[in-house]
Structure formats: C-alpha cells, structure tokens
Design a protein around this ligand. Structure first.
Ligand SMILES: Cc1ncc(CO)c(N)n1
Length: 218
C-alpha cells in the first residue's frame, strides 16, 4: 500500500469529524453566519501568506528539480489566492487589511513554517499535505451537497476547492510525498505519518476556531 493510502486511513476519523464541524455544515447549506465567514476569510488570508512561505522554503530544500518547480508553483498559487482574497472578499465584506492571527492560526502557520525549515524534507512535505488533500476532500464533499436551484452565498469559496486546478495540485503533492516515502526508512515514514496527522488536527482546529471566532485571552 502506498504511504498516502496508509496515511489517509490513519486520519479518516478526523476527516469525518471535520465534515461534521458546524462551520462546514453551515457553509455547505448556506446558513453560516457572515461574521464567522469574515473571521475565517481574514485568518485564511494570513494563513495563505505563511503557507506560501513554507511551500517556498520546502521548494528550495528539495533535490529533484521537478519537485522544486512543483513546490514553487504551489507557493505562488497560495500567494495568488491570498491576493485574490484581498481584492475580492476583503473589499466586499469590509475586512481590515491588517490581520492579527488568532491563537490557532498562529499555531498552525508556525507549525508549518518550523516543519518546512527544520524537519527532514520528507516530513516537511507530509506536514503540508493535509493543506492540499483535506481541503480537496472537504471542497468536493460540500460541492456534492449543493442543490442546483439554491445559490449558496459561499459558492465562490466552494468552487475554488472543488475545482480542477486545485485537484491537479493536490495530486502532484500526493505523488511527491509518495515518491519521497518510497525512498525513506520506516522510521522516517512513521514521522511523516505523525506530521500528516498533526496538520490534519490543526485543520480541524482552524475551522473550529473560526466558528468560535477565537480571541486571545489577554
Ligand atoms: C487553513 C487552510 N488550509 C488549507 C487551505 C488550502 O490551501 C486553506 N486555504 N486554508
């Protein structure tokens, strides 16, 4: 069994809990409070900037030039989406330009940045993989729940992550992780599983914290 198949089995329970989160259920049926969506958008813009930097760091650490190119394209893709949020949702929803990251957002982005910089490259790639794969699965799930006659106010968001362009990046990222895992020791593969699982939990926390509009205690 491929590393990616094994790793998905390990997070399947968390993935199901992600689908059940009120944020995703309400986003899917279009009833999500706009303030919660605004909070999420602002945090996600911050997230995407840091995610882009983590991808860029990983790109520079990879050996195989096809993989270097793929990660540098993922990095520019994340920044392009970040810029598009500022031009689009930030303006239409009236979100201030400067975003202060929530505790969970800072935890997640710093986790990704430190993995990208300091872990074995195989582990770094595994740590960023849920950002692709979980979003793809959640996007596809929410898309499949849409009824054609009801226009969901969050349709744009849903279409981004259920679309073909994103699917191509996700497949590329999974294949790169599998290529690296194929040459890795058992101990390294196990660290890759752990990083993938940790980032999947942080994805769960990110949606949960947006629903709660998480604040700093002090
Ligand atoms: C928190 C989070 N994870 C993953 C993605 C998709 O890259 C996103 N936009 N936001």
């Amino acid at each position: 069994m491929k590393w990616s198949e094994q790793t998905w089995e390990r997070v399947n329970l968390i993935y199901n809990q992600i689908l059940e989160l009120p944020f995703n259920q309400e986003l899917s049926n279009g009833t999500l409070d706009q303030e919660k969506f605004k909070f999420y958008m602002a945090q996600d813009a911050y997230y995407l900037g840091e995610f882009g930097k983590a991808l860029s760091t990983i790109s520079g650490r990879l050996k195989d030039l096809d993989q270097v190119l793929a990660f540098s394209q993922f990095a520019s893709g994340a920044i392009v989406v970040e810029r598009a949020l500022h031009e689009g949702y930030f303006k239409t929803l009236g979100i201030p330009e400067e975003v202060q990251p929530s505790p969970t957002c800072l935890l997640y982005t710093n986790y990704l940045l430190s993995q990208a910089a300091y872990s074995n490259i195989e582990v770094a790639v595994a740590a960023v993989l849920p950002c692709f794969w979980i979003y793809k699965k959640v996007g596809d799930y929410i898309y499949s729940q849409q009824e054609a006659e009801n226009l969901n106010p969050y349709k744009n968001w849903i279409d981004t992550y259920a679309g073909e362009d994103f699917a191509n990046s996700v497949n590329q990222a999974i294949n790169i992780a599998d290529d690296l895992a194929a040459k890795a020791s058992d101990s390294l593969k196990s660290q890759m599983h752990d990083a993938f699982e940790m980032a999947t939990k942080l994805e769960w926390m990110f949606w949960d914290s947006a629903y709660k509009q998480e604040k700093w205690a002090i």
